[in-house]
Design a protein around this ligand. Structure first.
Ligand SMILES: Nc1ncnc2c1ncn2[C@@H]1O[C@H](COP(=O)(O)OP(=O)(O)OP(=O)(O)O)[C@@H](O)[C@H]1O
Length: 248
């Protein structure tokens, strides 16, 4: 079943066209990697899906709703540096902020909220760290807090902005397993990453973006080096092709 449908999307920032003619579909049970060079518009696309940026043209439908209507069903994991880590709160409280939209401002969390947070902590392997101040956490622990915070919503669509950057291999494995379980349960996942081998290993489909969708298919369908060079806007790059395991 289709969870996310993007049709003909165009976005401008500060009067400059950042995205145009973007078509993308993500089904429940699917993990899609959003891949492209720096400045390709990946984060902008995620922010558009959250309804944080006005779109110039096109439509976005999430579980049959507009981004604003769907806000309570979208889990968002920003890049780690975008979160305020020196705020003096415990891990459990930080994870609860993922439900703020659903609880409503100035209302106290109820039993269902506490249950959802306990479950999210457990899924991200954070139960033992629940009372730890977030400022004392390592990079990998912080990443798991951001994931748990998104999961506290029990989202239909999970948006991840570079979730693997700077993580050691065991932490990457914990998250990879978690994302696999989530898609098996019907969650749709859209994830940006610069880790091409990991994306090819873990994603059902890859969407190569450079202002528009240059190619979209399973890792097996995207074996043509020319597609990757076009997506990254370069005539040749041995390193890019080597990291993909494809050769001319
Ligand atoms: N607030 C903003 N105002 C104006 N232009 C912006 C703004 N945010 C981003 N841009 C521009 O939009 C383009 C796309 O940026 P975006 O952050 O979406 O790229 P990205 O693919 O996520 O890049 P990276 O891989 O480096 O994170 C870039 O040219 C960037 O300079």
């Amino acid at each position: 079943m289709t969870v996310l449908q993007v049709t003909n999307l165009a976005v401008e920032l500060a009067g400059r066209q950042v995205l145009h003619d973007v078509d993308l579909q993500v089904d429940g049970s699917e993990q899609v990697g959003l891949i492209g060079p720096n400045g390709a518009g990946k984060t902008t696309l995620l922010r558009s899906l959250l309804g944080l940026i006005p779109v110039r043209a096109g439509t976005i439908t999430i579980d049959g709703k507009t981004p604003t209507q769907a806000r309570g069903t979208i889990g968002y994991v920003p890049q780690r540096h975008e979160f305020v880590w020196d705020y003096p709160v415990q891990v459990r409280t930080a994870v609860m902020t993922g439900r703020t939209h659903r609880i409503g401002w100035l209302r106290r969390p109820g039993a269902a909220d506490q249950q959802a947070v306990a479950e999210a902590l457990q899924r991200a392997d954070l139960t033992d760290l629940a009372t730890r101040p977030i400022g004392e956490l390592s990079g990998g622990q912080r990443q798991r807090v951001l994931v748990a915070r998104a999961l506290a919503l029990r989202p239909k669509l999970l948006l991840l902005d570079e979730p693997f950057t700077g993580l050691d291999v065991p932490t990457q494995e914990i998250l990879t397993r978690l994302f696999r379980d989530l898609t098996a349960e019907g969650t749709a996942i859209l994830m940006t990453t610069h880790d091409l081998p990991a994306a090819a290993d873990t994603c059902h489909r890859l969407c190569l973006l450079n202002q528009t969708v240059v190619a979209d298919g399973s890792p097996d369908e995207l074996r043509d080096p020319a597609v990757w060079l076009r997506a990254f806007g370069v005539a040749r790059s041995e390193q890019l092709l080597h990291s993909l395991g494809v050769t001319r």
